[in-house]
Design a protein around this ligand. Sequence first.
Ligand code: ADP
Ligand code: MG
Length: 637
Amino acid sequence: MALLKIHEPGQTPLPHEDERQLAVGIDLGTTNSVVAISNDEKPEVLRDKSGGTAIVPSVVYYGEGADPVVGEAAREQINSHADRVVSSVKRLMGRGLADVKSIAGTLPYHVEVPSEEATQSGEPMMVRLNVGDRVLTPVEVSADILRALRARAEESLEKPVEKAVITVPAYFDDGARTATKDAAKLAGIEVLRLVNEPTAAALAYGLDNGAEGLYAVYDLGGGTFDISLLKMQKGVFQVKATGGDTALGGDDFDHAIAEHLLAERKDSGTVDSLDASDAKRLLQTARKVKESLTGADSTDITVSLGGADSTHTMTRATFEAMIAKLILRTITITEQVLDDADILADDVKGVVLVGGSTRVPAVRKAVAELFEQEPLSNIDPDEVVALGAALQAEALTGGSDNLLLDVTPLSLGLETMGGIVEKVIDRNTPIPVAKAQEFTTYQDGQSAMMIHVVQGEREMVDQCRSLARFALTGIPSMAAGAARIKVTFNVDADGLLTVSAREETTGTEQEVAVKPTYGINEIDMANMLRESMMHAREDMEMRLLTEARVEARRNILAVQAAINVDRPLLERQDEDNIMAAIAKLEAAMSGEDRDLINQQAEALEDASRPFAEARMDSRIRQALAGRNVDQVNEFGS
Ligand code: ADP
Ligand code: MG
């Protein structure tokens, strides 16, 4: 989500020209994809053979018994074979059962939701698409798109291409990122790095070399809207905030035009009531109308539906009136994001336009008005992300020694006693990163420790997302608090996490690569962030209360353990006092009053002090008699 340059001395000798590996930058978009290459920090997009467009529609046609067809040729098949054409598959990348159920109806093809048994048998909860006689996963469809991009690059460069930097939305979670890498692997592409789309756009504009300050990246594509606020300081971009709408984009403009045309024809019904292939055709026409209105003030259209042709004229003004509300929605979301981040539109130094829909003049105008400045738009908004990715690919293959770093989108932490989350790596930490934290055992003789890794901003485990659980076993028998367990979180450059735990006194070690359960989506993520802010205060209260309870329980256990060891040293009266104090403390612990718990915990400490002193005296006498002081068991401290 942010980028920064680091210098790795001595690590990047410039290879000879012929040894240099070709690495491309790929914008794998929901609607369109683009592949680009950079030489000497001059990136350029790779066009089709005829030197035409750089844009490859992210659409795949699966003809019977034929190889998949990708791009414009696939999109043209919508008219004749609507049910064999797969589009917008990016929306399904890394999605789990629950997400897909909620969006399946909005997709133009049948989505097979995995059965409950498949889910329970531990099968990854992958979505499958039924396309003709094939059953495909979103990863396979993405791989087909990537294969086509790779083929285009190889044809254009006349050299094999095996490496790429691929961009992903900033909000893509571990699951979606892993799915993207899997797709690349299937397509025979080694992913040098996954880079966030706004980061790539900022790079393409060279903002990393520009003035320090705040920048906004406004990305309106085919079906999604994303707004990101980046803060650039000393060549480092930090994401201050992101927001957007995953169901708002140029497709909605098409829809508005299609409805308008239907209404003019006085056909009854709406686009949704047409049969699937008529609807796709009408929307296709609408898209052409929209795109021509970017350059022209007015356009003529012929619509043929149900055997009846009709002709229409649409002006840009009519179109703009139709989409005013949709544009306003992006502006409102942007204002909200600015507001949440405590940033004034005025403070923003530059605005980058990304996505084909920012070509619409009314969109540019609205963005310019909000930020009171002309947005940066001299780089083609369809190409800017791929160009940034190509620059990054060049840097990573030794063209320069600048390396980009992203940041973690959500905090990563561990469950500790009482279901409290101990954050190990905070949200927005630049990656790669490794951080370790020490934990200890809670009970005497505890031989295993459950490590539960969670992601999220909230203070309590059940409000965060569970990523992995594993046990560190074989901890030697020690008194509570004596074991030193070091848990290390390692996030690699692609944002993937490995967690290891090591008991330091004995070297017992366990490690897991956190294989994300495909499933969190951007909506969940936005909700998790929003809720963490909304609940920050009550979460803190809850955390403090839980901590007080955990601490109190620990004290009780320690006192009881000490009594078991040294009962002969315990005076009758002291025992009564201690038992009474424990009873009172337990009563307080079952309530919600944190102060009362702390107060009763102190009372227990007071009640057990004479006993603790007696034990201490006895230990000292033993030590003087040649015994080992290390056997002193601490408690109540
Ligand atoms: P994504 O990031 O979702 O893959 P893109 O950034 O490629 O999408 O944007 C695709 C959208 O841009 C489509 O809705 C397309 O119709 C729209 N678009 C492309 N060119 C123009 C244009 N000249 N005028 C208006 N909209 C355009
Ligand atoms: Mg895009």
